[in-house]
Design a protein around this ligand. Structure first.
Ligand SMILES: CC(C)(COP(=O)(O)OP(=O)(O)OC[C@H]1O[C@@H](n2cnc3c(N)ncnc32)[C@H](O)[C@@H]1OP(=O)(O)O)[C@@H](O)C(=O)NCCC(=O)NCCS
Length: 298
């Protein structure tokens, strides 16, 4: 059965609309209503990278949103699921998610759930996977040296490095994200670790929310991940920086806290369909995602 185009909750009568036609300042006000740091430019980036719905009331106010980001025919991430505080716990997010399911049937889905949203996703059969540590603060270059030094040369990335970064990201993330990585490159500064001509680790950094976010970071070891993130810390020393990582311990997690970015909050990666392990190519020396592109994008 097709999900309905409209929903009546209490005094609100809502209709669904494509997120593409909505003014950015209205989307910005919507995420501010739940205390999220996204700027209008961040919404713009997300809109260009994916698809989404909004729920509008009779006078066109945005009361709900949900987005998805497709990577190939079988996989998508879901994010920006927000319902306005005056509408919460009344079924609006369920309704929006069912609209998303209707648009992308038979895909494996991954998302990062806030505490407020866990129950919603559990009721939609998403399975809990791993904690994401949202590390943020005023960046400072740690005085302590990392325990192991990475071997290779660090240099800034340019457009010629995009194919190698796409391949490395795919090995870590489990799915090839060609369009997204290309788009991230256009908005980011990047550092890569090279073994001769071969890219073995990289970290991108772009403006986001209250400052900048470092991600994705892909590397084979903590030392390599630290080596590609360290120059971003130096570039943003004294300014707000954020990293979202699955790493709960070890050299990389310790480095972030020494670099002025302690854990601020956590969210939970959840999957519907294939689990994270099903996407892993195994092997401790294989590339791993040390930092997400963002909580929304995964
Ligand atoms: C998380 C959020 C989107 C949920 O939206 P919502 O419109 O309140 O969700 P729904 O009313 O559709 O509720 C969905 C399920 O969660 C349950 N639920 C929601 N809020 C609840 C609460 N405070 N206490 C108990 N159950 C709750 C509902 O009963 C329903 O469960 P069911 O399917 O078993 O009946 C909303 O709270 C929000 O926007 N929060 C801030 C932003 C955010 O954290 N977004 C999530 C990003 S991952």
């Amino acid at each position: 059965m097709k999900p309905s185009e409209s929903l009546k909750i209490d005094a609100f009568s809502m209709r669904i609309a494509d997120i593409k036609g909505i003014e950015l300042d209205r989307l910005h006000a919507h995420s501010l209503s739940v205390g999220w740091p996204h700027r209008a430019e961040d919404w713009q980036f997300l809109r260009e990278s994916g698809h989404g719905f909004v729920a509008l009331d009779e006078i066109g106010r945005v009361l709900g949103s949900a987005m998805w980001f497709e990577h190939g025919p079988d996989f998508a991430t879901v994010g920006m699921v927000i319902t306005s505080p005056r509408l919460q716990t009344l079924g609006a997010a369920q309704w929006l998610m069912k609209r998303v399911f209707d648009k992308i049937p038979r895909r494996d889905l991954r998302l990062n759930a806030t505490r407020a949203a866990r129950r919603l996703y559990l009721s939609l059969d998403f399975q809990p996977e791993k904690t994401v540590y949202q590390c943020q603060g005023i960046a400072r270059v740690p005085t302590t040296e990392s325990p192991a030094e990475a071997s290779g040369d660090i240099r800034t990335l340019d457009a010629s490095d995009i194919p190698a970064a796409i391949a490395l990201d795919a090995a870590g993330f489990g799915v090839r994200r060609t369009a997204l990585i290309e788009k991230l490159f256009a908005h980011s500064t990047g550092y890569g670790l090279f073994d001769g001509k071969k890219l073995t680790a990289f970290a991108l950094c772009r403006p986001f929310g209250r400052g900048h976010v470092v991600g994705p970071v892909v590397a084979e070891s903590d030392a390599d991940a630290v080596a590609v993130v360290r120059p971003h810390i130096a570039d943003h020393s004294g300014y707000f920086l954020r990293v979202d990582t699955h790493m709960d311990s070890g050299g990389f997690a310790a480095f972030l806290s020494h670099a002025g970015m302690p854990v601020f909050d956590t969210v939970l990666t959840m999957s519907l369909g294939k689990r994270l392990a099903d996407f892993s190519n195994g092997g401790s020396a294989s590339p791993k995602t040390y930092a997400l592109a963002s909580q929304t994008l995964g």
